[in-house]
Write a protein of this length. Structure first.
Length: 391
């Protein structure tokens, strides 16, 4: 069975779901297919777009295969991380299942000197920035605060506080603009975070100071159990109008469209034209995190409809129809995918336990008497276990 069918292999509950549970009734006005930028249909057919075609016109068959490989391996990594959490190896995991095209398309639009501010679900973007996927798992295992140097890949550490990274991104963008750099900044967040005050502040500051930042919103339809229509009365991308900069909605399951639109937005930023809001209209196929049960608030027929728009499957259809990839390519990728899964499993289980006293380090730049006192108390507490074992 091919890797791209991971989502389809998961068993679905009947439409009735659990007895006594309550699901949200979606607003039919928002259920209609929205207008968005699309270059690749769910059936894998290539469509032209006069405004954005130029940004993907030079994409070669080799690069298309690369985008497909990125999505497949990202999904394989994500599936392995979910399995590791279920086995007790990770404390929590936030899956990106279904959002691969939004992340890979936008991630491959970036230059090396651009800077990324992610949330905690941008595993595909991390892959594009060259972050070893095993480094993403340390935080979720509880052994570190993020296992990579942000400045080594221009990819900031994961941000758990919802929406705060958009302010960090705006400030950083304002700084590089003052430095005269022609690089750009991109901030990732979800539809739930779009309701946070930090995001509104970011929009205000970036617009007023013409900051070279792209706000990339992955609208996966659900902020945990809250559907998008409970958060806004207009499409999310239209919010940009009120702040004085453009917004565009792109098919978040179309990797080519996400690549093109993000390239356009980054080009605007580098040319001194200020911020852009990109709303990638996609779907969270799995749970919000592994502590969530989406069967309690949404219907299986909704997920089934989005499975038909699978981002990996549509690109495979296009590659096959265009004779850009053969069975040998897909077979080799399957082998590579399985090897990645094994490497991730082995790396997680080999992670050393953290130093118990590491949490007291770097609390203050020059140390603090209260921290010293707490460290001593904790040391005495730890020593008490050794005393008990020695009795």
């Amino acid at each position: 069975m091919t890797v791209e069918s991971t989502a389809a292999r998961k068993p679905r509950r009947s439409a009735g779901g659990k007895a006594g549970t309550k699901r949200t009734t979606r607003n039919t006005a928002q259920d209609t297919e929205p207008e968005l930028v699309q270059l690749l249909t769910p059936e894998g057919e290539r469509v032209k777009n006069a405004e954005y075609e130029q940004y993907v016109a030079g994409v070669t068959p080799e690069e298309l295969r690369g985008l497909y490989r990125d999505m497949v391996l990202t999904r394989r990594f994500d599936a392995e991380a979910t399995a590791l959490q279920r086995q007790g190896e990770l404390g929590l995991w936030a899956s990106l299942l279904g959002q691969e095209a939004a992340q890979i398309g936008s991630g491959r639009a970036l230059r090396d000197d651009d800077y990324v501010f992610p949330t905690y679900r941008e595993h595909g973007v991390a892959w594009c920035r060259g972050v070893d996927p095993t480094n993403l798992l340390g935080m979720f295992r509880g052994v570190n605060n993020g296992g990579w140097d942000p400045n080594g890949n221009n990819f900031h550490l994961y941000t758990i506080v919802i929406g705060s990274q958009t302010l960090h991104a705006t400030g950083y963008a304002m700084g590089i603009a003052k430095d005269g750099a022609d690089s750009a900044v991109i901030a990732y967040f979800g539809d739930g975070a779009s309701s946070q005050g930090d995001v509104a502040e970011s929009f205000t500051f970036s617009a007023v100071y013409n900051a070279p930042v792209v706000f990339f919103c992955q609208n996966n339809q659900w902020a945990i159990s809250e559907p998008t229509e409970r958060q806004t009365r207009v499409p999310l991308y239209q919010r940009a109008r009120g702040y004085g900069f453009p917004g565009v909605r792109v098919d978040g399951n179309d990797v080519l469209a996400c690549l093109a639109v993000t390239k356009w937005a980054l080009e605007r930023a580098r040319n001194g034209e200020g911020p852009t809001l990109v709303e990638a209209y996609t779907y969270r196929m799995g749970a919000h995190t592994t502590s969530d049960d989406p069967t309690r608030y949404r219907h299986d027929d909704e997920r089934a409809a989005w499975e038909a728009k699978d981002p990996i499957l549509r690109l495979r259809r296009y590659l096959e129809a265009s004779n850009h990839a053969d069975e040998g390519f897909f077979a080799e990728l399957e082998t590579e995918s399985e090897a990645l899964g094994r490497r991730v499993r082995e790396a997680v289980r080999a992670m050393p336990d953290p130093d118990h006293f590491a949490m007291f380090e770097n609390v203050y730049a020059d140390g603090h008497a209260l921290v010293d006192e707490e460290r001593a108390q904790f040391a005495a507490y730890q020593a008490s276990f050794a005393d008990v074992e020695g009795v």
